[in-house]
Design a protein around this ligand. Structure first.
Ligand SMILES: Cc1cc2nc3c(=O)[nH]c(=O)nc-3n(C[C@H](O)[C@H](O)[C@H](O)COP(=O)(O)OP(=O)(O)OC[C@H]3O[C@@H](n4cnc5c(N)ncnc54)[C@H](O)[C@@H]3O)c2cc1C
Length: 326
């Protein structure tokens, strides 16, 4: 329960909400029968507290795509086999909690520029079919070269190359993963999460198309300027990390490139999907007085950055709750 946009939004629309900041739900939600009744949490000094809901009250969990399924599992709401394997009492067998974990793979390339540039915010440079978004970023980046690998004295081992990144994301990812608890007692022990990047061939095909488009971009006249000249006078891109495959029409080498360079866009979602774990009102199916409102309910993350959509989700549900209660 830290200060987050979703909490501010909830408080704005639910004036009788008491805000408790810098606290952590330590273990579980209290559930009597199939009704959520309270939460136990520790404050910033580690002191334990419990909060119980009033009549007609409810608990709204907004702990994110990793925290919310983790809390539900720790509270005994999840796949029976997983809970039983950790000797956790099963409150509700809910096979979909912690399932459909999804992360949009980030693909593309980063080039070291032969000149300095001021930092620029990410820009969408193109949207291809099948919701493939290509973005560009540029600006200085600081690398600290470890002294052991540097010929320069330690105080001068900081270099500031200017980098340009051409990266892409696609919104509806087919490769799905899972989240399992790593501890049945300690909420601070991060759960184990697998996103299974590119386990679905459609995702790999989309990466190939996206990487080809980045390759097309690098062939344009404007981008010629970011090539670096070597000692023989030859101009070439100075790739940071793995260079783009030379033959972008060779499917297998581009697929290999996608797999080797896969990284996150930090837009992971899933674990408590609408229609699987929560209903259309974001209420946990099968449990009274409990909602999940955050990115864990998303089956798809929007093409670019998801924060605005998430804030609007908080507002949307906040207004709904307000209408129902007052
Ligand atoms: C490095 C990074 C950069 C990003 N950049 C952007 C960007 O530029 N633009 C954009 O739109 N999106 C960006 N995102 C994505 C965006 O931040 C997330 O998609 C969004 O914050 C998810 O919102 P959420 O409400 O689902 O979860 P979160 O924002 O993660 O909120 C969940 C909160 O619950 C807290 N919590 C978890 N467990 C517990 C517990 N047991 N007890 C109490 N509190 C708990 C967490 O500490 C967290 O504060 C970025 C993400 C990352 C990681």
């Amino acid at each position: 329960m830290q200060e987050q946009p979703s909490l501010f939004t909830a408080q704005k629309f639910l004036p009788r909400t008491k805000r408790i900041t810098y606290s952590r739900i330590t273990h579980t939600l209290s559930i009597l029968g199939l009704s959520a009744t309270g939460v136990s949490y520790s404050d910033s000094k580690g002191k334990l507290h419990t909060a119980s809901i009033h009549k007609n009250g409810e608990i709204i969990v907004s702990a994110g795509a990793i925290g919310s399924p983790q809390l539900l599992l720790l509270s005994g709401i999840g796949p029976k086999s997983h809970l039983s394997s950790l000797k956790l009492p099963v409150v509700l067998h809910q096979p979909h909690v912690g399932q459909f974990m999804t992360d949009n793979p980030r693909f593309g390339t980063t080039i070291v520029l032969p000149f300095q540039l001021l930092p620029s915010a990410g820009k969408v440079v193109g949207i291809l079919q099948e919701n493939i978004y290509i973005q560009s970023f540029a600006g200085p980046s600081t690398f600290l070269v470890p002294p052991a690998f540097s010929l320069l004295p330690p105080q001068s081992t900081s270099i500031n190359p200017t980098l340009a990144s051409f990266v892409g994301k696609f919104s509806d990812v087919n490769s799905k993963g899972w989240l399992h608890l790593n501890s049945s007692l300690d909420v601070k022990k991060s759960p184990i999460v697998r996103f299974n990047y590119y386990s679905h061939h459609d995702d790999l095909d989309r990466c190939v198309r996206g990487v080809r488009k980045v390759g097309d971009l690098l062939k344009t006249q404007t981008i010629e300027k970011i090539k670096t000249q070597d000692l023989e006078g030859e101009k070439a891109f100075m790739f940071l990390g793995l260079p783009l495959p030379e033959n972008l029409w060779n499917d297998s080498s581009v697929k290999e490139y996608c797999k080797k360079t896969v990284t996150t866009y930090w837009h992971y979602h899933g674990g408590c999907l609408v229609g699987k774990v929560v209903d259309g009102n974001y209420k946990v199916i099968g449990i009274e007085n409990l909602r999940v409102v955050d990115g864990s309910t998303f089956s798809v993350s929007p093409g670019t950055n998801p924060m605005a959509t998430l804030m609007m989700l908080g507002r949307y549900v906040g207004l709904k709750v307000l209408k129902q209660r007052w």
